[in-house]
Design a protein around this ligand. Structure first.
Ligand code: ADP
Ligand code: MG
Length: 316
């Protein structure tokens, strides 16, 4: 007889869930427990809030001298820098001075003065990081630079947990981090994947799209997730690292489909910053990536994918 086991944990500010499907109940339990431990281990390495994490150590010392880091953390930072390059800096793990300056770190929100903003913009940009792959070290070129993996870390943790399930021999599995990043492999009996429901950003009880996920990952970023209002304007928590300003465009939400949640998590944030045209251009150059947009005032989600050599889009 087959079983579906579900375990959960709270990490990186989100509820993670691990689903393991198969016949061997004992295997499912031990693998799912190991996957949960993996998520917690990942949080301990990457968290910006835990004073003993690798990331906190880098932030405290990398402006003074190159800091040698855990190989896994080095690789993730290197991937984040590569994703920053590919998105022309729309996704950038050095965005923290801006997050603070707009009051999102404390969670209250405030409008910075022009001086504060200019000072923060100076300390933001992946060009401030230098990585030495031989020494496995990270250095900042000036003080006040900070690494923050908030827009990629959850995705990375989901990838790690999926790897643990697979390595343990679990026939089918699904893991999500706070619903914003989901990855699945294999399928339930009679199905061709795991049914995923994408809630509408404005009416969470309503679904904006349903899809069957198999051997794929999907992440969603929404401009409505966290914001504050001043003088009738909304300021959202996704910031453009280049201008220093909160993203303001036509997109309510962006979902990205690809193989790994590390990539989809970073890209969903990047595409919200780049806007529709920038995202289309990225997909053209990376045919394994697909995007779902929900525009403001629009009823339906638009799905952008590459077919043959061109881009195709349809509504769902
Ligand atoms: P969620 O955690 O809801 O999935 P994201 O993955 O989009 O959301 O990450 C949002 C967090 O990333 C923000 O709270 C902020 O700390 C940080 N952030 C904001 N703008 C950027 C950006 N352009 N690049 C990288 N990180 C960002
Ligand atoms: Mg993200």
């Amino acid at each position: 007889m087959s079983h579906l086991l579900r375990l959960q944990t709270f990490a990186m500010g989100s509820d993670f869930e691990v689903f393991a499907f198969g016949e061997d109940r004992q295997l499912l339990r031990s693998a799912a427990e190991a996957a949960i431990e993996e998520i917690e281990r990942t949080e301990a390495l990457l968290s910006h809030y835990l004073p003993d994490s690798e990331v906190s150590f880098i932030n405290a010392h990398a402006a003074t001298e190159p800091v040698r880091v855990h190989p896994e953390v080095f690789d993730l930072i290197a991937r984040a820098v590569q994703l920053a390059r590919e998105t022309q800096g729309a996704f950038d793990i050095t965005v923290m001075p801006l997050v603070r300056c707009w009051g999102f770190y404390e969670g209250t929100g405030k409008i910075p003065s022009a001086e504060e903003l200019a000072e923060a913009v100076e300390r933001v940009g992946y060009a401030h990081l230098s990585l030495d792959a031989e020494e496995l070290s990270v250095a900042f070129d000036t003080s006040g630079v900070e690494i923050h993996l908030g827009a990629i870390g959850k995705g990375y943790a989901v990838d790690r947990a999926i790897e643990v399930l697979r390595d343990a021999g679990v026939p089918a599995g699904m893991v999500h981090g706070g619903h914003s990043s989901v990855r699945a492999y294999g399928s339930l009996p009679g199905g061709s994947g795991w049914q995923i429901n994408l809630p509408h950003p404005l009416e969470p009880e309503r679904s904006m799209a349903r899809l069957l996920l198999q051997n794929h990952a999907i992440s969603t970023s929404a401009s409505t997730e966290q914001y504050f209002e001043r003088h009738g304007r909304r300021y959202g928590h996704i910031l453009d690292p280049r201008s220093g300003l909160p993203v303001q465009n036509d997109l309510l939400s962006v979902s990205v489909l690809a193989e790994e949640t590390t990539v989809t998590d970073a890209l969903s944030t990047a595409f919200l910053v780049l806007g529709e045209e920038g995202a289309r251009q990225y997909v053209r150059q990376h045919p394994s990536v697909q995007v779902l947009f929900l525009r403001r005032e629009a009823e339906h989600v638009e799905w952008i994918t590459t077919a043959g050599n061109g881009l195709s889009s349809h509504e769902v």
